[in-house]
Ligand binder design. Sequence first.
Ligand SMILES: Cc1ncc(COP(=O)(O)O)c(C=O)c1O
Length: 388
Amino acid sequence: MTFSSRSMKNRPLAFDYQSSTPCSQKVVEAMLPYWEEFWGNPSSRQNRLGIHSSAAVSLARENIASVLNIEPEKVIFTSGATESNNLALLGHARAKALKIGRPGHLITLQTEHHAVLDPMRQLQKEGFRLTELKPNSEGILPIDLLRQSFENDTFLVSVMLANNEIGVIQPIREISSLCKEHGVTFHTDAAQGFGYLPLDLKQINVDLLSVSAHKMYGPKGVGALIISNHLDILPLHWGGGQENGLRPGTIPVPLVIGLAKATEIAYKQLNSRNESLRKLRNQFLEGLQSEINNIKINGSMENRLPHNLNITFSGINGNRLHRELRPLIACSSGSACSAGKTSHVLLAIGRSTKEAEASLRLSLGRNTKIHEINNAIEIISKVVNRLN
Ligand SMILES: Cc1ncc(COP(=O)(O)O)c(C=O)c1O
């Protein structure tokens, strides 16, 4: 018996679509021929199988590039947003330090995912200076705070497009303009925003952008780093020279095809899908507010991903809340990768430790139905009102 046939008999209601998403059927179908039939190595262009794989990878690259309005060679395939962030931040900072002979100053935001915070803190250990800026109580980076934080040798700013816990969308157009004014490289972790927000990189001058397939109904284990402008970047690995030598190793053809297909689907009906997600999410919030007193909303409702809700139930015990909800609702107290620690995002926007622990991130999926929302409202309000 496989693990999957043994588990998940009585599935809890799924409200954890920001930790990952199911791979869409159309994405699975697009990948299918590349597991067995077209198994060639795209770097082996001496034979037809290799040429076929290479052509499929080129087409995937072109399709992703056209969504972002950039040239295909600017798309570097990676294993996901964690690797893209590491390549962007460590790769660029180390190359810069090598060129000018000393490390310089870096800026990021306290509410970044650990896939940005940890490489930044690693660079700090290597001698770079790091400023982690505090967002306002809505979770947004005040542009003036960024302006005041530039130092003479600031060369890299990393601010995420949309937050994985509170769904807040950062003003990346303004941030990128400010970085351009100061001649500073701008990286954005778009793991949560790519596939949900329009991104024309000819209009938003982002230098480096990280994407992930599994947050938008693509396969796990693939993503990309978009390098929009010419930049010095040192690779993290060395080998066969693939991806312009920046990410050597055999390209995982089926996964790359899956990333491209997921991208195409995500951007096809972006506005109408977002509109219905926003409507359902707002019904969810209103339903909870009508049943439960003292709900605090975490993060801006105005600048927010349409499928994210993050709320605090003041005065109740977070451990008990999560323990009681766990069998019934799959949701999260914070990031899927935060290993049970109190959310640094909620603390950064001013919640106390107790409040942060008594919080839920509820994220909706493409196929979430109103009856699931209504069931969740009933379950959550029963549990919260009992614990109150
Ligand atoms: C904002 C953000 N960045 C990076 C990651 C890591 O992405 P991946 O799983 O593709 O490495 C995640 C995943 O939770 C995320 O939400």
